[in-house]
Design a protein around this ligand. Structure first.
Ligand SMILES: *Cc1c(COP(=O)(O)O)cnc(C)c1O
Length: 394
């Protein structure tokens, strides 16, 4: 595993050693239930409070506005379902986009199918960008929720969240954003962007899996997701996952403290990788916006190549990447995001996502580019389509 080159940080990240160290006592001797009143329980409560404050500080909000969940998917489900239920008397229309994570898309589809919601799935342009004007035109008197992701997990495009938040506020519509990929990668100003609810996940920022939060702005009244005890101010019952909350707090603090230097380095490596691939490999294209892009995202389509074959051959070389997104690989449906930016099924199938992490080095990038060059060449040499294409060129 040591020699592995890991370029799938949008799927998950390595849990940082100091995160693991901070969590360990809470698996062992510090096992108290934060809701109890004796000393050991007090230690757990303090730990939960600290984790919550660390996260609130990063987001620049109050700790009471942070609600821990079991991850990004739960946060997305909660925000959308609860907003719909809570605003039912005012309307049933939700506006989202075609490029959301499945945790948002499938939740909206569920509400349409089972609960009488009407959902507008906005198109995006060829870079994956939502048009705020089009969003505004989609608003009806029935619109109760807008959910647009902060940054896309497949192609890295950063959405015009401030413009969208302004529109949501003007029309007094709740605004939720899935910021799982953006949190601690770009600075987020929830106040300036008029964000009412924001989803995040621990394991995307070198923290533990199975923990996330939903930020709910003070004053936003949405129903509880899980009923039971009084945890999370009665909005999400269940004994807190104390070790995970501790780890998440540490992960958020360290990711925030290192954000400037880390993302600066990542942007350099990202652009270096994109430039090398586009320059050295013919018939390929970059997906997503060149500039309004997550610091760590590279997504390229190679013509006349099967992304899955490329992925398997890279794996044999000890390089971990993704074709489309981890959730869809394994199925043969092309990525809904790549289709939404206008790629054909064929081109979408020849796509590779590489997402850099805090440990990625220039050497990793150089090795990977060389391997991709060789593999693409080999795969093309076996492709009848490529052969035909080359014949026509001459
Ligand atoms: C990973 C991811 C999720 C899901 O988060 P989990 O914690 O794995 O449930 C949701 N949205 C986006 C954009 C993601 O990248």
């Amino acid at each position: 595993m040591d020699s592995m080159i890991y370029l799938d940080n949008a799927a998950t990240t390595k849990t940082a050693p100091e995160v693991v160290d901070a969590m360990i006592p809470y698996f062992g001797e510090l096992y108290g239930n934060p809701s109890s009143i004796y000393e050991i329980a007090g230690k757990s409560k303090e730990a939960v409070d600290k984790g919550r404050s660390q996260i609130a500080d990063v987001l620049g909000v109050s700790p009471e506005e942070i609600y821990f969940t079991a991850g990004g998917s739960e946060s997305d489900n909660w925000a959308i379902i609860a907003a719909f239920e809570s605003c039912k008397s005012r309307g049933n229309h939700i506006i989202t986009t075609k490029i959301e994570h499945h945790a948002v898309l499938h939740t909206c589809e569920y509400l349409e199918r089972e609960r009488g919601a009407k959902v507008t799935y906005l198109d995006v342009d060829e870079k994956g960008m939502v048009d705020p004007k089009e969003l505004e035109r989609a608003i009806t008197p029935e619109t109760i929720l807008i959910s647009v992701m902060y940054a896309n997990n497949e192609i890295g495009t950063i959405e015009p969240i401030q413009d969208i938040g302004k529109i949501a506020k003007e029309h007094e519509i709740l605004f939720h954003t899935d910021a799982v990929q953006a949190f601690c990668q770009v600075s987020i100003d929830v106040a300036a962007c008029n964000i009412d609810m924001l989803s995040s996940s621990g394991h995307k920022i070198n923290g533990p899996k199975g923990i996330g939060f939903l930020y709910i702005r003070r004053g936003v009244k949405i129903h509880s997701l899980i009923h039971g005890g009084a945890q999370e101010r009665k909005r999400r019952a269940g004994t807190e996952n104390v070790p995970a909350i501790v780890g998440y707090g540490v992960a958020a603090s360290r990711a925030w403290n290192s954000m400037e230097s880390r993302t600066k380095k990542e942007v350099q490596l990202r652009d270096y990788m994109i430039d090398r691939i586009l320059r050295e490999i013919p018939y390929c294209r970059l997906n997503g916006d060149r500039v309004r892009r997550l610091p760590n995202n590279v997504n390229i389509s190679f013509q006349f190549v099967e992304g899955e074959s490329l992925l398997i051959m890279l794996d044999m070389e000890g390089i971990a990447a993704s074709s489309g997104s981890a959730c869809t690989s394994g199925s043969l449906d092309p990525s809904h995001v790549l289709l939404a930016i206008g790629l054909t099924h064929e081109t979408a199938h020849g796509s590779l996502r590489m997402t850099l992490g805090e440990d990625t080095t220039k050497e990793d990038i150089d090795i990977t580019v060389e391997k991709i060059k060789a593999i693409v060449k080999r795969l093309r040499s076996m492709s009848p389509l490529y052969e035909d294409f080359m014949k026509k060129q001459h």
